[in-house]
Design a protein around this ligand. Structure first.
Ligand SMILES: Cc1cc2nc3c(=O)[nH]c(=O)nc-3n(C[C@H](O)[C@H](O)[C@H](O)COP(=O)(O)O)c2cc1C
Length: 217
């Protein structure tokens, strides 16, 4: 490896570590739950442990907005995206629910990551073929995607589809997760991601719109 490559890798690691530290020291967990539904639009498919089948799709059926969210930040961003682009919106849920206590949640998430776990999903998507574009949303957990997102990427083949990742975090940003998605789905087209600070998530509509414009929406 030449010096430039080593420097680039070092820079990525430093950014991730600084993000985690900022997050840990500010203790910004936004743990309140959200009631932020999408302004009464009929397009929303609320997936509460249900399968999503083609019956649930709308006229904008080639777009799926799939997100994982515990305390509602990523969900707020997902709803803004849905307001703008339509399509179907689905919350990715696991068989086992995560702890309400924040410190317990930190521990469980860290353990899952260290075990490279694949938590069982209760959400299934029967009509994946209907979708060309998947907006994939998640919070950054310990500098990476929650392992439930890896479960989803393991369970489904997204070859030929466009994946537009969006994340919320306490400061880590996308944290290298675009590469991780590309590794999991080498035949998908992973486009520019959106990163939102957790404390800004619920007022991020303009940022979301700018990002979508950049993607051609
Ligand atoms: C288990 C856990 C680990 C986290 N790890 C990080 C991290 O490594 N870097 C960071 O910036 N924020 C981290 N956060 C903060 C979340 O990414 C952030 O609050 C996010 O907006 C939560 O999304 P949600 O409300 O959709 O669940 C972590 C939060 C939790 C619960």
């Amino acid at each position: 490896m030449n010096k430039k490559v080593i420097a680039a890798i070092g820079a990525v690691i430093i950014i991730a570590v600084v993000g985690i530290l900022v997050y840990m020291f500010t203790g910004n967990n936004n743990s309140e739950s959200t009631n932020n539904n999408n302004n009464g639009s009929n397009n929303q498919v609320q997936n509460n442990n249900n399968n999503v089948s083609s019956d649930d799709t709308t006229n904008d059926g080639n777009i799926l907005i799939l997100y994982f969210s515990i305390s509602g930040n990523t969900e707020a961003v997902a709803n803004f995206i849905h307001d703008e682009v339509g399509g179907d919106i689905v919350k990715l849920e696991t068989q086992e629910t995560y702890p309400d206590d924040y410190n317990d949640l930190l521990d469980v998430a860290q353990e899952e990551q260290s075990e490279n776990a694949r938590p069982e999903l209760s959400t299934t998507i029967d009509n994946l073929d209907d979708y060309d574009t998947i907006f994939l949303g998640y919070p950054i957990w310990w500098g990476d995607m929650p392992m439930a997102i890896y479960s989803f990427l393991d369970n489904y083949d997204l070859s030929g589809k466009t994946i537009a990742p969006f994340v919320t975090s306490g400061g880590s940003g996308l944290s290298g997760t675009l590469s991780n998605i590309k590794n999991e789905e080498p035949n998908a087209n992973v486009v520019e991601g959106l990163s939102i600070y957790d404390s800004d998530a619920r007022s991020s509509r303009n940022e979301v719109v700018d990002w979508l414009n950049g993607l051609g929406y």
